[in-house]
Ligand binder design. Structure first.
Ligand code: CAA
Length: 386
């Protein structure tokens, strides 16, 4: 048991913290208000190695471990949740899936530019009528005599969809086989038959762009199948296990920012002749915020460590990832709620970032598996029952 970080882990944490505080925090409110995608910052994050942290150096990444990724995500999210959403999808849902299941050629061609931050990757699983029930997807990829596939249908809620160059797409190739009839494909958005649909106006993470995408007779060669035919659902679930650690880290960063702002405000703000932090009702909230923040932080690190062990030795980390995501996201919602309350009118005002933290926290309980899905995953894994 060792609670110390390695030099590499501390160094990427320092790089992320420096960029987050100097370059992201000062512009976060403006990008949120405009709902504008922070393309320049994302490119610079790529140059710093933050868009492919766990991607080996030979594929354009930083070649670091999962704990490093979690630490960097926490720092970016503490400055702005939208930046960390773009970073998370790029790092885990896109790069991680291709690294694990892609061929050497696919990795060279499709991971390298995305890990280096030269272009942006996305992940397309959700459809207008299927979110939590992911196997109910309708988008079809029909195999042709020459081994290629023709894709038709719609995906929705695609994070970075409006700007993505490549997308890891899940499509039904054999509906009769249910989950085993789903396959994964690499989509080049520049090809004919790919369309971007309406952009979602959102409550939070407004600077991260989200849209529908549609395919009309989009043709993809057999060389762009990721993994084997019918392996898509397992790929999606495996990738989401890793993605959930990213979202849990994001929730921790957001919680930390709200907590630190609250500590400062509770000392500074006076009422009835005292700092409001002297009042027991505020102290109780602060103590509960601290307990939830610390519990979330250590559960995130445990999940990241469990993933590292699984990457090296095989095995699963679904439960650790789900426990971390559930705890961290529900804590983020609670902590940001209390932070707004303690700040009073200033918490509700756009003069301070608390209302943004509160709006941003909600999505962590929804995307990459709702809290209800995390509970289902945990209980199924613990009991072995379905
Ligand atoms: N790793 C590998 N394989 C897995 C797995 C995992 N974590 N979980 C399930 N599987 C396998 C199962 O073993 C099973 O295969 P076998 O029959 O060979 O054993 C197969 O997948 C089907 O599993 P289930 O029967 O458990 O499937 P289910 O229909 O009951 O669904 C679920 C399980 C957990 C509810 C799943 O559908 C799920 O996680 N839903 C949530 C989807 C989700 O998270 N969506 C987020 C969208 S992406 C997003 O939000 C991105 C963004 O923009 C930020």
């Amino acid at each position: 048991m060792d609670f110390n970080f390695t030099e590499d882990q501390l160094s990427i944490q320092a790089v992320a913290r420096d960029f987050a505080q100097k370059r992201i925090a000062p512009v976060a409110a403006e990008f949120d208000a405009k709902g504008e995608f922070p393309l320049d910052n994302i490119r610079e994050m790529g140059a710093l190695g933050l868009m492919g942290i766990e991607v080996p150096v030979e594929y354009g990444g930083a070649g670091m471990d999962s704990v490093s990724y979690a630490l960097a995500m926490i720092e970016i999210a503490a400055a702005d949740c939208a930046h960390s959403t773009i970073m998370s999808v790029n790092n885990t849902l896109y790069c991680n899936g291709l690294l694990k299941f892609g061929t050497e050629e696919q990795k060279q061609k499709y991971v390298r530019p995305i890990a280096a931050g030269e272009a942006i990757g996305a992940f397309a699983l959700t459809e207008p009528q299927s979110g939590s029930d992911a196997t109910a997807m309708k988008l079809r990829a029909v195999k042709q005599a020459d081994g290629s596939f023709v894709i038709n249908g719609k995906k929705s809620w695609i994070t970075s969809g409006p700007v993505a160059k490549y997308i890891l797409l899940f499509a039904m190739t054999d509906p009769a086989k249910g989950p085993k009839g789903i396959s994964a494909f690499l989509i080049d958005t520049a090809r004919e038959g790919f369309h971007r649909g309406k952009t979602e106006p959102k409550l939070g993470i407004r600077a991260s762009a989200t849209c529908e995408i549609e395919f009309t007779d989009y043709r993809v060669g057999a060389e762009d199948l990721i993994g084997t035919e019918g392996e898509g659902f397992k790929i999606a679930m495996g990738v989401l296990d890793a993605g959930r650690i990213g979202i849990a880290s994001q929730a921790v960063g957001l919680s930390r920012a709200a907590y630190e702002a609250t500590i400062a405000y509770s000392k500074d703000r006076k009422a009835f002749g005292q700092s409001i932090g002297s009042f027991q009702m505020i102290q109780q909230k602060i103590a509960d915020m601290k307990c939830k923040l610390d519990a979330s932080y250590w559960l995130v690190l445990r999940a990241a460590w469990a993933k590292q062990q699984a990457d090296k030795n095989g095995g699963k980390f679904s439960t650790e990832a789900a426990v971390a995501k559930l705890t961290a996201s529900e804590s983020a919602m609670w902590i940001t709620h209390q932070a707004v309350q303690i700040h009073g009118g200033m918490g509700y005002s756009k003069e301070m970032p608390l209302e943004r933290y509160f709006r941003d926290a909600k999505i962590t309980e929804i995307y990459e598996g709702t809290s209800e899905i995390q509970r289902m995953v945990i209980a199924r894994n613990e009991t072995g029952l379905r």
